[in-house]
Write a protein that binds this ligand. Structure first.
Ligand code: NAP
Length: 293
């Protein structure tokens, strides 16, 4: 059994999805196929991941109808600006082999070129009006970026996809978004980014509190973290290339965390992000060309 959340324009989105960041292009079709056969109905990819083609192939090979699966992708910063982002949609649409995307979002705010960020978002508004995307949103926007965006554009983003896991919870930003009808999507929802770090002894997967709660429910640390997101109203998109983990991460609809267990996980926040500070994202540091095909 799974469940859906409703975006601010009435579109439904699965509460639990599947991410493919760092999934090599050659392994993407297989991983997404495993996810779809497990029951996931939301796939999160991005132009910058270089694996949109594999997502589209898995969808076509799955035998599922297009309406059964929610496909989300992201525009990379090198394609910001109004015309450039309209063209970025054509590139993503072509690679995915889909005329319509369910959710298309800006991958990052570009604080040093915010006019181009606004131009990119206005292109998303045009794509929405034309029916080429069913919902639009942003990723890695902080309160100041959302505030500036809301002042200069018309459509309130449906989502803000940000780093959220027990060690970095972004509560103020999540409340700000929720008050404006913006759904928070959690990237690195099981703290994958904490285990990529050199000090990976401090990984969410080996956290004693999470492991104790997991033991009490005969579940894994990952399952407890995903349950924490679901019960907190945060949409999560865990990634794995391993079929057993793909299945494990979806097997989270048959147990419930108590209020006390939720509070204990809430208390694990360190306030330290694993990903880059949004302010350091510039075309010079992170820009790179997104190929046409
Ligand atoms: N918008 C953004 O800027 C942004 C940034 C990062 C990520 N994302 C999105 O969010 C998705 C998830 O984030 P993420 O991939 O960084 O982190 P994650 O889903 O929290 O963790 C993934 C990592 O954990 C491992 N893993 C998966 N399931 C596990 C389990 N049950 N037990 C132990 N280890 C497990 C995976 O390895 P194996 O694959 O080997 O199983 C991988 O190393 C991405 O795929 C992407 O779609 C977006």
């Amino acid at each position: 059994m799974t469940q859906n959340l409703t975006l601010n324009n009435g579109i439904e989105i699965p509460a639990l999805g599947f991410g493919v960041f760092q999934t090599p292009p050659a392994e993407t079709t297989e991983a997404v196929a495993a996810a779809l056969s497990t029951g996931y109905r939301l796939i999160d990819t991005a132009a910058a991941y270089g694996n949109e083609r594999g997502v589209g192939d898995a969808l076509r090979e799955s035998g599922l109808t297009r309406d059964d699966v929610f496909i989300e992708s992201k525009v990379w910063i090198s394609d910001y600006g109004y015309e450039e982002t309209l063209h970025a949609f054509e590139k993503s649409s072509r690679k995915l082999g889909l005329d319509v995307l369910d959710l298309f979002i800006l991958h990052q705010a570009l604080p040093s070129a915010f006019d181009a960020t606004i131009g990119a978002y206005k292109a998303l508004e045009t794509l929405l009006a034309e029916g080429k995307v069913r919902a639009i949103g942003v990723s890695n926007f902080m309160i100041e970026h959302l505030t500036a965006l809301l002042e200069q554009t018309t459509i309130v983003p449906a989502v803000n996809q940000i780093e959220v896991h027990p060690y970095f919870q972004q509560r103020e930003l999540r409340s700000f978004a929720a008050e404006r009808g913006i759904l928070t999507q959690a990237w690195s929802p099981i703290g994958g980014i904490t285990s990529y770090r050199p000090d990976s002894a401090k990984s969410t997967f080996t956290d004693p509190v999470i492991l104790e709660i997991a033991g009490a429910h005969s579940k894994s640390a990952a399952q407890v973290m995903l349950r924490w997101h679901i019960q907190s109203g945060v949409q999560a998109i865990p990634k794995s290339v391993k079929p057993a983990r793909i299945a494990e991460n979806f097997d989270v609809f048959d147990f419930e965390l108590s209020a006390d267990e939720i509070a204990r996980i809430d208390a694990l926040d360190t306030g330290v992000r694993g990903g880059p500070e949004p302010e350091v994202i510039t075309l010079e540091t992170f820009g790179r060309e997104i190929p046409e095909d």
